[in-house]
Write a protein that binds this ligand. Structure first.
Ligand code: DLL
Length: 426
C-alpha cells in the first residue's frame, strides 16, 4: 500500500477508535473530553498529538478490567504480564481481536518465510504470557503444524525437534541459545534435525548472539516485537531482509517521541516508541508509552513491503530489566524484600551474563550482622526470599545477604541496578 493510502486508512481508523473509546471506556471518555478530542475533530494524523498518552500507571490504577473496551460477555481471552508492583498488567481480547491478532502474527511469519509446509515447535511458556498462544494461533492460521512444547525439559525439547523433523523453533533467543549448547554438552542425537527457521522475540538479541544460534542450529533467525498491553507478539517483525521490523500499521499507529518532553520527533529520530491500537475492541490503547527505544524507517524495504520498519529495540527509558525472557521491575523485588524480617532498606540488583545466559543476583543488607554467624538461620532466610521471588517473578535469582552498612548509599535517586552484561539485554 502506498504511504498516502496507508495514512488515509490509519486516519479513518484513528477517528473510529477514538469515538469507540469515548463510547466504551469511561477513563478515555473523561480524558478525551478534558482534552477536547473526538473523532470528528481529528483532521489529520498529526492531530494525534492532542490525545493524552496512556501509561502503565494508568493500567495499574484501573486494575484489573477498568480499561476494557468491551463487556465481559464479549471478552474471550485474558492475558497478563508483569506490572511495576505485585499486581500484573491485565489485558482482554474479543473474538475479533483474536482474529486480528492471528492475522498480524501470520503476516509476520509469512514475511519471515514460514509456510504451511513447516512443523513448528513453540517453546515459549504457555500461560498468561502472550508469546506462546499469540504465535500458536498465527501459525495455525497459515497452516503450519504446531508442537505446543512449552518451555522447560530441554532434553525432551531436543528429542521432539529431532524425531518430529521440526523446521521452526519459536522461543526467546536466550532459550534457543541454551538449547543449542545443551545439545553439544550432552551429546544429544541431532541426526534428523531439519531446523530452518528461528522465530525469536520477547527480548533483545544481539547480531552476534543471533549468529551463534544460527551456526549451532543451522537455521535463519528473525526477531519479533510486541507487548501484552498492545496485543502481544505480532506488532512488528523482521522479514527475510532483516533490515528492521515491519509494523502491522493497519492495526497499530506508531510514533517516536522525546521521552522527557513528550514531543513527537521527526522521521528518522531515535526515541521512545508510542503506539495506538487502531482496531482493538477488548483493550483499546491510545498513545501507549512503551518505554522501548527505537527508530522508524519509512523507506520501502528491499522485500517490497511498504510497511514502516522499526529498528531493533535499543533500550528502555525506565528500569525494567528483561532477564531470561521475564520482565523484572526493581520495584517488584523491593516489595518482596521490604516485607521480610531481618532485612534492611538497602539492596542492589546485579545482572551478569554467563556465556549467553543472564543471571540476577540480589544483594541485600541485613539489619543485624550477627545473623551471618548462624549458617542455618542465614540459609532459611535466603531460601525464604528466593521462594517469594520465584512466586512473584517466576524467576530464579541468587540472593546474597551482606553485612549492615556495606552497600553504597545515594544522595539522589538510588542506583539499584548494576547491569554488567556489556551490551544491554532488556
Ligand atoms: O514479550 C510479547 C512478545 C512475545 C513479543 C513473543 C515477541 C515474541 P511482554 O511480556 O509484555 O510481551 O514484554 C514486552 O518486552 O516492552 C520490550 O521491552 C520487550 N521486548 C519484546 N519483544 C522484544 C524484542 C512480549 N524483539 C516487553 N526485542 C517490551 C527487544 C523486546 N525487546
Amino acid at each position: 500500500m502506498s504511504r498516502a493510502d496507508m495514512s488515509r486508512l490509519q486516519l479513518d481508523k484513528l477517528r473510529h477508535i477514538v469515538d469507540y473509546c469515548i463510547a466504551n471506556v469511561p477513563f478515555y471518555a473523561e480524558r478525551l473530553s478534558a482534552a477536547g478530542v473526538c473523532g470528528s475533530r481529528i483532521k489529520s494524523l498529526d492531530d494525534i498529538k492532542h490525545i493524552p498518552f496512556t501509561t502503565k500507571e494508568d493500567l495499574r490504577d484501573n486494575y484489573p478490567f477498568g480499561l476494557f473496551g468491551a463487556p465481559m460477555k464479549d471478552i474471550v481471552r485474558i492475558h497478563a504480564s508483569s506490572g511495576t508492583t505485585g499486581k500484573p498488567t491485565v489485558v482482554g481480547y474479543t473474538k475479533n481481536d483474536l482474529n486480528m491478532w492471528s492475522d498480524c502474527v501470520a503476516r509476520l511469519l509469512v514475511s519471515a518465510g514460514v509456510s504451511d509446509e513447516d512443523i513448528v515447535q513453540i517453546s515459549f511458556g504457555y500461560g498468561l504470557f502472550t508469546g506462546a498462544l499469540g504465535l500458536h494461533y498465527g501459525l495455525e492460521k497459515i497452516g503450519a503444524a504446531i508442537i505446543p512444547a512449552s518451555s522447560g525439559n530441554s532434553e525432551k525439547q531436543i528429542m521432539l525437534m529431532n524425531d518430529f523433523g521440526v523446521t521452526g523453533l519459536v522461543s526467546t533467543p536466550t532459550y534457543a541459545m541454551y538449547l543449542s549448547e545443551f545439545v553439544k554438552e550432552n551429546n544429544l542425537d541431532t541426526g534428523n534435525f531439519r531446523l530452518k527457521h528461528g522465530i525469536f522475540g520477547s527480548e533483545s538479541c544481539s547480531v552476534e548472539m543471533r549468529a551463534k544460534i544460527e551456526e549451532n542450529f543451522n537455521l535463519f533467525a528473525t526477531d519479533n516485537y510486541g507487548m501484552s498491553e498492545l496485543m502481544g507478539p505480532g506488532l512488528s517483525g523482521e522479514c527475510r531482509e532483516r533490515d528492521g521490523l515491519h509494523i502491522c500499521e493497519d492495526h497499530f499507529y506508531g510514533e517516536i517521541i522525546n521521552s522527557d518532553t513528550g514531543e513527537s520527533l521527526p522521521e528518522g529520530s531515535v526515541g521512545e516508541a508510542v503506539f495506538t491500537t487502531l482496531t482493538r475492541e477488548g483493550f483499546p490503547m491510545l498513545r501507549y508509552r512503551t518505554k522501548d527505544i527505537s527508530r522508524f524507517n519509512y523507506d520501502i524495504c528491499k522485500c517490497g513491503r511498504t510497511a514502516v520498519r522499526m529498528d531493533k529495540i535499543k533500550g528502555r527509558t525506565d528500569d525494567m530489566l528483561k532477564i531470561k525472557g521475564v520482565n523484572v521491575f526493581p520495584s517488584q523485588i523491593e516489595s518482596v524484600l521490604l516485607g521480610q524480617a531481618h532485612i534492611g532498606n538497602h539492596y542492589q540488583l546485579v545482572v551478569t551474563r554467563d556465556g549467553y545466559l543472564d543471571n540476577l543476583e540480589i544483594r541485600v543488607e541485613l539489619i543485624d550482622g550477627s545473623l551471618l554467624e548462624s549458617y542455618k538461620e542465614l540459609e532459611n532466610l535466603q531460601r525464604n526470599i528466593q521462594g517469594k521471588l520465584r512466586s512473584v517473578l517466576g524467576l530464579d535469582a541468587k540472593v546474597s545477604l551482606v553485612q549492615p552498612q556495606t552497600l553504597e548509599r545515594f544522595q539522589g535517586k538510588a542506583k539499584r541496578v548494576l547491569d554488567l552484561r556489556g551490551e544491554k539485554n532488556i
